[in-house]
Design a protein around this ligand. Structure first.
Ligand code: G6P
Length: 369
């Protein structure tokens, strides 16, 4: 039953645990033989996608972070130039819209005032078409956009978004895969991406099993006033999301930073009272990230690293705490690494006694400007 807590202490914890099912439901019927089904992207939609030369993604809050991840995927895999912007900024400037640009809104609720205003502007601005990724059928966004891809996360009650983001990323991954088909990307690459998506629910399940370990580190962070989240590449938006989640529900001041930018400012904040939480998958930026982590270590920062079985070796001697995740493929890795960060914020908030599902001053859906 979507509206009960099913024995969980909070909706947020329930929704975190629903993610394997939510992802499976979001993929169901949309991927077959490693190809994106026509049921999901039919001929008329594919015809629009064939023309796309640029993509403008607009969203707010956690949905904006989904867009930031998608930009890394879309540009790296399909070479389609992609911009991502916060709706409340976009709607008040005068954006240039090149020919054949697709407008894409991401919103859990489909009712966020700034995102809807951006869409209404886009409809007058000469875009090729307007697409959306949304969790609520028949919402204003679903009704007003040309094409809406629904996430099948089920109702999300906790104000801090968890399963909605995971399913948004799942849909955006499917869209990337479809564009890769259209662009004639190497079939071996596409098969690998599809395989990663199919195994995603199982890998998220493994991440959830880290719950008890994460609760232990939450006990160490709970009395801190600040926290710094670091990531690089496609995991940089995951660092931003980790920081957003922590500040939303625990009221600890947190910032997400691209690790390479550390020495341009945030390093000045690092001392033994600053927990630094690093997202460290084994990817092509690992070596760079290791040297960024070394910079933090030299200043006495308390380092928590989320690693996989390959990246852990280079980090074991450099950080205070290692949390090892099941290795996923590099495509779905940001989705997988986000899950333990959700659990971390959750446990810190519970230990601080805040109202986890309804944090002060925030609303589930911001329907006024
Ligand atoms: C509010 C919520 C966030 C959400 C954001 C965008 O701030 O508290 O969790 O990410 O709105 O909402 P949307 O429904 O457009 O994704």
């Amino acid at each position: 039953d979507a509206l009960s807590k099913d024995g969980f202490a909070h909706y947020m914890l329930k929704e975190i645990h629903e993610q394997p099912t939510a992802v499976a439901n979001t993929i169901a019927g949309r991927l077959y033989n490693d190809q994106v089904c026509k049921y999901f992207i039919d001929e008329p939609i594919a015809d629009i996608l064939k023309k796309v030369k640029n993509i403008h993604i607009i969203a707010c809050g956690t949905s904006y972070h989904a867009g930031l991840v998608a930009r890394y995927w879309l540009e790296a895999i399909t070479q389609i130039p992609t911009q991502v912007e916060i709706a409340s900024e976009y709607r008040y400037r005068k954006p240039v819209v090149p020919d054949d640009t697709l407008f894409l809104t991401i919103s859990q609720s489909g009712e966020t005032a700034d995102s809807l205003a951006a869409l209404r502007f886009a409809k007058t601005a000469g875009y090729l078409s307007t697409f959306a990724v949304c969790n609520v059928a028949n919402s204003s966004l679903d009704r007003e956009t040309d094409v809406c891809f629904l996430t099948h996360a089920g109702p999300e009650i906790g104000v801090a978004s968890t399963k909605a983001l995971t399913t948004q990323l799942t849909v955006l991954a499917l869209l990337t895969l479809k564009l890769a088909e259209i662009k004639g990307v190497d079939p071996a690459v596409r098969t690998n991406l599809a395989k990663q998506l199919r195994t995603l629910p199982g890998i998220i399940n493994q991440s959830l099993m880290l719950n008890d370990q994460i609760e232990v580190i939450a006990r160490q962070i709970v009395r801190r006033d600040h926290a710094l989240f670091l990531g690089r590449g496609v995991h940089y938006p995951i660092a931003l999301e980790g920081a957003l989640k922590l500040k939303e529900i625990s009221y600890i001041h947190a910032e997400g930073y691209p690790a390479g930018e550390l020495k341009h400012g945030p390093l000045a904040l690092v001392d033994e009272n600053m927990p630094v939480i690093a997202v460290c998958p084994n990817d092509e930026l690992l070596e760079k990230l290791e040297s960024n982590i070394e910079e933090v270590r030299a200043r006495g920062g308390e380092l928590y690293a989320f690693v996989d079985h390959k990246s852990k070796h280079g980090l074991a001697n450099r950080v205070n705490h290692l949390i090892e995740l099941e290795a996923s493929g590099s495509f779905t890795s940001p989705i997988v690494f986000n899950v333990p960060l959700q659990l971390l914020s959750y446990h810190v908030a519970v230990l601080r006694g805040t109202d986890v599902d309804q944090p002060r001053n925030l609303a589930k859906s911001v329907t006024v400007e």
